[in-house]
Design a protein around this ligand. Structure first.
Ligand code: LLP
Length: 381
């Protein structure tokens, strides 16, 4: 069992997110040590977790940042990320958001359509600026992950279809307020096998060759994020195998010495350092089951309800050596408000604290106030 600083939790209202800062720092050290070459640049996908305590540490570690809204750009700047390391992605960027990004001289727009390029050109021209642009390509690759977090298939809304890329490239080359710096890809999230990344490399190589023949060179290739974490074994496998991940790209991408590779990792950086800590309100007997009813719900961690995700659950205060099977459920008026079915836990009673593990990514940031509930707090230690 992982060691939680339970004394620090006593005065904290539940539910709350606990962030293990030592693990965050170890993960950041690991990702930096694993990036094999000076032309490999790691950005943090801030959508995974924008808690100021977390992002200021990531900024200090020197990573760049991938943002998808004005709010995220503001949070990134406030946390200390330099504008020169901010890329702005997103399928539906608003006029006000593009305006804000241009005013703050962010590094690059990852553009997803021709109408978006037209708008960036127009707004940059009005400000007499030249915007760096990378074109997000939909490479039509099956990432073999949950269909809600697959993004690189033809039927997904993301990116410019391969067939339409030529028009977007031509548009950038013709318009003086756009500087085409590269291509951007992202095929999905929680990818735990290397095959989809290899297929992505093949697609990228083919595109680089195709456009080189037309006299178009891309100085930057952004391969997105997607590296998965071990939800089943957070203590045995707390830090993802960044080396194997980067090696896949180093071995399979055919780049020349001047081309830069960007990564946008979210979950793999912050996923394992966070746990949702919740208090047991009642232990209730059902006809066939025993329910542990906790004070956290799908409003605090929506992943189980939305993606049928399973997070390891631990009772961190029970000293019982006897075990029992429980369904661990929240207090919200939805049947999907359930964290685990037939969970084996030590004998559990009212007042015990449970830790719902591997919740550092897409946990706190996706919290809502449904049922007029308060948002969860956070403790970093
Ligand atoms: N880059 C782009 C363009 C993205 O859309 C995403 C995630 C990332 C990078 C970071 O991907 P990561 O390294 O974290 O896999 N809420 C879902 C995950 C949604 C991912 C959205 N895009 C979940 O809880 O599983």
């Amino acid at each position: 069992m992982s060691n939680f600083p339970i004394q620090k939790f006593e005065s904290q209202a539940t539910p709350f997110y606990y962030y293990d800062m030592e693990l965050l720092h170890k993960t950041l050290d690991a990702v930096k040590a694993a990036a094999p070459d000076a032309n490999f640049h790691v950005h943090y996908a801030i959508k995974a977790n924008a808690n100021p305590l977390i992002i200021s540490e990531i900024a200090k570690a020197g990573l760049g940042v991938d943002c998808v809204s004005e709010g995220e750009i503001r949070a990134a700047l406030k946390a200390g990320f330099p504008a020169s390391k901010i890329v702005f992605a997103g399928v539906g960027k608003g006029d006000n958001e593009i305006d804000y990004a241009l005013d703050n001289n962010i590094d690059c727009f990852n553009a997803e359509s021709l109408p978006e390029l037209q708008l960036i050109q127009e707004m940059a021209a009005n400000k007499c600026k030249v915007a760096n642009v990378a074109l997000r390509v939909n490479p039509n690759i099956d990432a073999h992950t949950h269909h809600y977090i697959t993004t690189g298939l033809e039927e997904n809304k993301f990116g410019i279809a391969l067939e339409m890329l030529r028009d977007a490239v031509d548009f950038c080359l013709k318009n003086p307020n756009l500087r085409l710096v590269g291509l951007h890809f992202h095929i999905g999230s929680q990818i735990t096998v290397t095959e989809p990344f290899k297929v992505l490399c093949d697609r990228i190589n083919a595109l680089i060759t195709e456009y080189k023949a037309l006299g178009v060179e891309f100085s930057s290739i952004n391969v997105g994020g997607g590296l998965g974490i071990d939800y089943d074994n957070p203590d045995g496998n707390p830090i993802p195998d960044f080396k194997a991940y980067f090696d896949t790209f180093r071995d399979n991408l055919h780049l020349d010495a001047t081309q830069q590779v960007h990564f946008e990792l979210g979950r793999s950086i912050v996923g394992q350092c966070g746990s949702l800590i919740t208090k047991v309100r009642y232990v209730k007997d059902g006809v066939k089951k025993k329910f542990v009813i906790v004070d956290a719900g799908m409003t605090d961690l929506i992943r189980p309800a939305l993606y049928q995700a399973h997070h390891v659950i631990q009772n961190i205060t029970s000293s019982s050596t006897e075990e029992e099977e429980y369904d661990v459920v929240g207090p919200i008026c939805e049947s999907s408000d359930c964290f685990g079915v037939d969970e084996k836990l030590p004998l559990t009673k009212r007042g015990d604290l449970l830790a719902i593990r591997s919740a550092g990514a897409y946990g706190e940031i996706m919290a809502s106030q449904y049922n007029c509930r308060a948002l969860p707090g956070s403790v970093a230690h």
